[in-house]
Design a protein around this ligand. Structure first.
Ligand code: ATP
Ligand code: LTN
Length: 338
């Protein structure tokens, strides 16, 4: 490979978020903030997974807008396009191509066990399409195309990474070593942020109730209001407990944003009620996100610049991905003419 020496020694990272809504603090804590910490040490690919997003119906103009927004959020959160390959999934055709091949090495039974499929098909019972079902094969393609060693994600995605490992091992055993076997990487805090409206459910950007999530781009007054209204349990002490999903979640969020341990948080709010705590969580989250929002607004004001970065990113990604794809095509027996 014609890569600079330093890249050859670095391990590779790949991750992605779907542009299926405005990114939430769940995406931020579970994924993007963690990516930031990895960009110095690893050879990183971060992608906006638009092919994944159409497994659920999208309004075309909104999907397009959210794709730009997600790309700008990546950068506003600190991802440097000079240090990482930032790209849009549909700009690199190898993803769809490898996904087809991997579909033929992924079992119906394996896909049937995926929690995200079960959840989303229950939520969208009018549209249980084949793409929603085979989605993990596309995700496996995303990861395996780049030879990713690590995949930094929130907890909900570990099951898909496990499946990608199984498919990669199956392919390697049938032919010969082709794919690197990837490992999931969870953040220290915030691997599973729960909904503010129902703290037994994961916070999700596509939740139909906007009070359930805090978007990275929500203004301060909205963030404070959402935390104020967050569903909490009966009781008033800021203390974790088994039957206290609501307060557990707020403690997790505050602790992830401040770097304080949950014990320290409980101490800080000893003797104060839920009201004071919720206000502190809201203000802390809003103040941390304010500089991200400023940077985001500046980037969204310069579309040609964003597009030039998307183009550069997809060319860089294509160079790496197309090598893996032609290796796979050769191994499965497709005729290749020069
Ligand atoms: P959707 O609502 O469209 O399913 P989502 O909000 O669940 O989307 P994804 O695009 O599926 O988000 O996830 C992108 C990344 O963010 C993944 O690494 C995922 O694990 C992480 N993530 C998503 N939601 C949370 C959450 N509530 N807590 C922690 N990490 C999360
Ligand atoms: N499936 C993920 C998003 C995603 C992803 C990936 C994550 C698509 N491709 C590759 C890690 C690696 C999701 O829905 N959260």
């Amino acid at each position: 490979m014609n890569q600079p020496q330093e890249l050859q020694n670095k391990k590779t990272i790949l991750s992605a978020v779907q542009p299926s809504g405005i990114l939430t603090i769940g995406n931020y804590l579970g994924a993007i903030r963690n990516w930031n910490l990895l960009q110095e040490q690893y050879n990183c690919y971060f992608c906006v997974a638009d092919l994944h997003a159409i497994t659920v119906r999208q309004v075309p103009a909104e999907l397009r807008k959210r794709t730009y927004e997600a790309f700008a959020v990546y950068m506003a959160c600190g991802l440097d396009p000079e240090k990482n390959t930032l790209f849009v999934q549909s700009h690199v055709p190898c993803h769809a191509e490898l996904a087809w091949v991997l579909n033929c090495y992924t079992m119906f039974g394996e896909l049937s066990r995926m929690t995200q499929f079960k959840d989303k098909s229950a939520r969208h019972s009018e549209n249980i399409n084949a793409g929603l079902f085979t989605y993990p094969a596309l995700m496996a393609a995303d990861i395996l195309l780049y030879g990713a060693d690590y995949v930094p994600v929130g907890q909900d995605q570990l099951q898909h990474i496990e499946l990608a490992r199984d498919v990669a091992n199956r392919f390697n055993n049938l032919y010969s070593d082709t794919f690197v076997i990837p490992e999931g990487l969870l953040p220290k805090a915030g691997a599973k942020v729960m909904s503010l409206a129902d703290p037994t459910k994961k916070m999700s950007k596509s939740d139909e109730n906007p009070m359930a999530y805090v978007s990275i781009l929500d203004p301060k007054d909205v963030i404070v209001k959402k935390f104020k209204r967050a569903v909490t349990d009966s009781g008033s002490e800021v203390k974790r407990g088994e039957d206290k999903a609501g307060i557990n979640n707020l403690i997790t969020i505050y602790s992830a944003f401040t770097g304080k341990s949950p014990e320290e948080v409980e101490k800080e709010f000893e003797g104060q009620g839920y009201g004071a705590f919720k206000l502190a969580v809201g203000e802390t989250v809003a103040d941390t996100l304010a500089p991200v929002q400023d940077k985001f607004n500046a980037l969204m004001g310069d579309k040609p610049y964003l597009e030039s970065l998307m183009k550069k990113g997809s060319e860089q990604a294509y160079r790496r991905a197309s090598k893996t794809l032609s290796k796979v095509y050769r191994k499965v027996g497709f005729a290749q003419v020069k």
